[in-house]
Ligand binder design. Structure first.
Ligand code: ZN
Length: 384
């Protein structure tokens, strides 16, 4: 048995994580018709208020096995102070250019982005797939005394460039001191078509159930980003299996065009802190792809089968309604890559099960289709 498990482990690593250099890479299967790409949509460098050179951001992505990163330096802080002093002679797109060149060599997709940072409302917004941060900064700067007008102008210019725009960290405590609030201005920006995505998980302030709810209700893509300013190893303990939060992008192809099409089609989910957040359809398919059932053996008094978790995400399962006529563990954890045998009994394990067919239904408590609403997975059994 042990040998079988280690062979499985080797197979899983070889299939999905050939490039990652961390000891415990993120492993997730593709789903039907789409590649499961791992991305970080919110990253800073030394070209705004980060402490890291852009090439290091690409190296970090390679080390962790990410497919795509967005360089989103603030368009309106620090950089211009340095350039004014003559320390950097460059425009606001230089961090992207440096990272993109490194990404090309390392096979990491790099999105040209920028973060427009203003007071609340409307807060901070990322513009992804842009081509000139200088123009965005210039548009916003005309209204430096007015958060609302500055953001509207910045987003308008970003849209002119074809941007995908994201409301970042609505729950950041420095802008949401006691509650996470949707202001009238957010309704305006949504109505104007600027809210394509919402960051429901941010590396600084974690998961926001409010943001998750708003993203669902407004048909926005679920986005996560580290918002990392420092070297990632200072915050993430890779040796012990920790990872940065990632946006899962279900793309037709592993290209920037593929990523953009998936974002526009809202085919994203978030993996963070051993939780997966996404629509029932997408994370249901992901779960079905990673949770393998085989070797079903029927006998009068019990049914046994094998389950394998083909991912690096632990699965926290509990019995759900609809399976009252059969007995199986009411709470269960299937660890990453674990293979286990499950046994189903009738209500009295001394008697035959006595059913032609039955369903094993369970909640996947760390796969959330809405705030506080776990995915339900069902396995149907029919006696031959
Ligand atoms: Zn940021």
């Amino acid at each position: 048995m042990k040998k079988k498990i280690s062979l499985l482990l080797i197979a899983a690593f070889a299939m999905f994580a050939a490039d990652a250099a961390v000891p415990h890479p993120i492993v997730l299967p593709d789903i039907d018709g789409y590649k499961t790409l791992k991305g970080d949509m919110h990253i800073h460098t030394v070209f705004s208020d980060g402490t890291v050179w852009p090439t290091t951001r690409v190296e970090e992505a390679v080390m962790e096995g990410l497919d795509v990163i967005a360089i989103t330096d603030h368009v309106d802080t620090r950089l211009q102070k340095y350039t004014n002093k003559g320390l950097f002679r460059c425009d606001r797109n230089e961090s992207y250019r440096i990272a993109a060149a490194a990404g090309k060599a390392a096979d990491v997709l790099v999105i040209h982005g920028g973060e427009i940072s203003r007071g609340m409302p409307p807060g901070h917004w990322n513009a992804l797939f842009i081509d000139d941060n200088d123009a965005i900064a210039a548009a916003a700067e005309k209204y430096d005394d007015n958060h609302v007008k500055a953001m509207r102008a910045g987003l308008k210019e970003a849209r002119r460039q074809g941007a995908f725009t994201v409301w970042n960290h609505p729950h950041w405590e420095r802008q949401a001191q006691n509650e996470t609030r949707w202001y009238d201005e957010h309704t305006h920006l949504y109505d104007e078509g600027y809210m394509h995505g919402i960051e429901i998980y941010n590396g600084f302030c974690g998961y926001s159930p409010e943001a998750h709810r708003w993203a669902i209700d407004h048909g926005c893509a679920l986005i996560s980003g580290t918002d990392t300013h420092k070297p990632l190893f200072l915050n993430i303990d890779y040796a012990n299996g920790m990872h940065r939060p990632v946006t899962l992008i279900f793309a037709k192809e592993r290209t920037l065009e593929g990523v953009r099409e998936a974002l526009d089609s809202r085919r994203t989910a978030v993996l963070a802190d051993e939780h997966v957040y996404g629509s029932e359809e997408l994370i249901g398919e992901l779960f079905s792809a990673l949770f393998e059932v085989s070797d079903i053996k029927y006998s009068e008094k019990k049914v046994t089968f094998k389950v394998v978790n083909r991912s690096s995400v632990p699965l926290f399962l509990s019995k759900a309604p609809g399976s009252e006529q059969v007995v199986f563990p009411r709470d269960m954890i299937v660890r990453p890559f674990e293979c286990m045998t499950m046994t189903i009994y009738g209500l009295d394990n001394k008697k035959p099960i006595g059913l032609d067919s039955f369903d094993v239904n369970f909640y996947v408590n760390n796969f959330l289709t809405e705030p506080d609403k776990p995915l339900v997975h069902s396995i149907h059994f029919a006696f031959p």
